[in-house]
Write a protein that binds this ligand. Sequence first.
Ligand code: UDP
Length: 313
Amino acid sequence: MRILITGGAGFIGSHLCDRFLAEGHQVIAMDNLSTSTIDNIAHLAGRDDFSFIKHDVTNYVYVEGHLDAILHLASLPSPVDYLEKPIPTLKVGALGTHKALGLALAKKATFLLASTSEVYGDPQEHPQREDYWGHVNPVGPRGVYDESKRFAEALTMAYHRYHGVNTRIARIFNTYGPRMRSDDGRVVSNFVTQALRGEPLTVYDDGSRTRSFCYVSDLVEGLYRLLLSDEVYPVNLGNPNEMTILEFAHQVLEVSGSSSEIVFIAPTDERTKDDPHVRRPDISKARRVLNWEPQVGLEEGLRKTTESFRKRI
Ligand code: UDP
């Protein structure tokens, strides 16, 4: 297959490039490098089966030749980024998805949308199944990300129903691993960086909110299987191993062997407004239609992540 990956220089996008190349496909990575780095794909430079186009997907996208699939990963998924850049976040979810879908239609390519567990907002059903419609505050600070992805899902289904484009929607839950930006402000990057530097781990509020963390190679396997499946409706991809943020902080300290202390802080900005209280994927659908479930435990995943951060810090 000849595949375009938007956001191909990002954390998950770059791992997808590696995976598709390893399977013998040709990959074109497209990225505007606004929150990603060329370092993530530098090891692929010079390969005949790989190319990179620096482009903002919110503008008209031109790609020469045929395409079999488009994986639309371009986004600003870190709360710190989307709170700082709310309008680019809305634009990439709306205009960027429109351009990428238009290209899929023109090329008769299969289109995969990287959507998010944020479409469930601060969920009132737990764990979250794909048929839950969510609980999102459209005018809150997180609304820019949540609503852009909800719009992207609606647009993807409209291109499927109206134009007959072959589409897939992955709802990605918290994912971590090597190549995460150490300054992306998310809990994994913050805690691992703080632990390695011997700085206090900053637990927001009382640390009782929950998340479920999926290692990146598991997620990539799920995305790969989803693309090759014929499932049009959304599929949750994540690790159902749920824990509180405080428990997670202790895990990071244990795995990194750090003696950092844990501090509880109440952010004075909008960082924790509408912050989901709980989050855990129900992955029965992924198990059923993709025969997929995560393989990498938190300890192993955190060890690999910590090693990669150690080299960079
Ligand atoms: N969080 C925290 N300390 C940090 C960063 C995040 O306690 O230094 C909390 C945050 O309030 C949220 C959870 O960790 O409840 C996960 O936040 P993250 O930014 O990783 O992503 P989210 O899952 O909210 O999209």
